[in-house]
Each structure stands twice: as C-alpha cells, then as structure tokens.
Write a protein that binds this ligand. Structure first.
Ligand code: HEM
Length: 205
C-alpha cells in the first residue's frame, strides 16, 4: 500500500496545511471553552473574554481560507478512496466551511440581540448585527448550541475517516496535511548513496 503514499506534489500547500492545523486547534479550543463557559459560574467572564476574540479570529481565518481554496485546487484524492468516500470527504469539508462561517456569526448576532456591547479587546468593539430582541436572542442562543454540537460531530466523523485511512488502509492520507516528509520520500535513497554502492556484477563477488 506504500505506493499509494503521497509525494510532495500530492500534498496540500504549506499555507493550506498551516491554516488547517491552526484552525483545528482554535475550533477545538472554542468548543471546550464554550462548554466550560456555560457550565462554570466562577470563570464565565474570563472565558467569554477569550471566546469573543478567538471566535472572531476563526471567522476571519475561514474567510481567508475559503478564498484561498477557491483559487488553489487541493491535491487529488488517493486512489484508495472510493467515489462515495471522496464524496463524503468533500461534503464534510464544505460542511466544515459552512459551520465555521455560521457559528461565529451566530455568536456575534446573539450578543447583538442581547444588547450587550461586543468587546473584543480594550477599545475594540464590534457593531451590532442583529436587532435588540429577547426572541431573536433566544433563537440564536439555541442555534449556537446546535451548531456547536454539529461542529463537534463533523469533527469526530472527520477524525474517524483519517484514522481509518491512516491505520487500516495505510494510504498516507494524513501525510497530505502533515509537516513531516511523506514515508516514500524519506525512503528514497539519496542519489550519492546510490552511486557509492557498485552493482553486484561489477563488485566481482
Ligand atoms: C467557531 C467559533 C465558535 C465556536 C466553536 C463556539 C462555541 C460555543 C459553545 C460550544 C458554546 C456553549 C454552547 C452551549 O453549551 O449552550 C458557546 C456559547 C457562547 N458563545 Fe460561542 N462559539 C464560537 C464563536 C462565538 C463568537 C464569535 C461569539 C461572540 C462574538 C460567541 C459568543 C458566545 C456566547 C455569548 C455564548 C453563551 C455564553 C453563555 O450563555 O453563558 N461565540 N459558544
């Protein structure tokens, strides 16, 4: 199966890989911060003060990443992937984009509906993007929870897919998004080493 491992040309670009890992860490952190925030009384204000700017940063990142994706085609899927597998992978990528775009906007809108100032840092505030209304707040607050569950679900499905490919099929899917060298490239002998060892028939043995 090693022949299915990606070469450098079949990997995502360095920028795409950087964005992927930064956003993965930020999104997971946001889900956990959000859950602790609504379940803890003592640290709620501090966590919300982290949650607002980090969530807004995710919105900026997803816009940049999606724009980049429109102009840079990802590498082709490995041949070990069936058509339905490719469809599921592509669908989950777009679902990720949609959720990562919608979730921060809903968070921003729910604070707008609550009528509270949306402070990112000292002196930096976001404008309201929804009318000040208890009903709108209630709907958006529930939507924020549902989207968080959906995000976590898509994340778990994504992780299971990657683990299945990496540990069962061993087709190097993870190498496409990693910063380490793909296994095949590492195993390739250096040109100098190949020349240094003479072929058996010329060694006279
Ligand atoms: C990808 C980005 C985001 C993720 C993954 C996320 C995730 C979460 C989660 C998991 C919760 C807890 C929901 C619950 O259990 O009911 C939450 C609550 C909340 N989030 Fe977000 N969020 C994001 C962006 C934002 C943004 C940008 C804002 C505001 C600018 C925001 C404001 C809030 C507020 C006000 C709450 C409710 C806090 C409370 O009721 O005590 N979120 N978020």
């Amino acid at each position: 199966m090693d022949s299915a491992r990606p070469t450098n040309g079949e990997r995502f670009t360095v920028f795409a890989r950087l964005m992927h890992w930064i956003m993965a860490v930020m999104t997971l952190a946001m889900i956990f911060i959000g859950v602790i925030m609504v379940t803890s009384v003592s640290h709620r204000d501090l966590l919300l003060a982290i949650h607002r700017p980090l969530g807004t940063a995710i919105l900026v990142f997803v816009v940049v990443r999606f724009g980049y994706r429109l102009f840079h085609r990802p590498p082709p899927h490995p041949p070990t992937m069936h058509p339905w597998d490719r469809l599921a992978a592509t669908a989950s990528e777009y679902l990720f984009y949609a959720l990562l775009f919608a979730q921060p906007l809903v968070g921003w809108a729910l604070l707008s509906a609550a009528g509270t100032p949306i402070v990112l840092f000292d002196g930096v505030r976001l404008p309201a993007i929804a009318p000040h209304s208890t009903t709108v707040y209630a709907v958006l607050r529930d939507a924020h929870t549902v989207l968080a569950y959906l995000l976590f679900l898509v994340f778990v499905a994504h992780l299971c897919g990657v683990l299945f490919h990496s540990m069962i099929l061993r087709d190097g899917v993870l190498d496409r998004m990693a910063f380490w060298r793909p296994a095949r490239a590492v195993q390739e002998p250096a040109p100098d080493a190949a020349r240094a060892v003479p072929p058996l028939e010329r060694r006279g043995g």
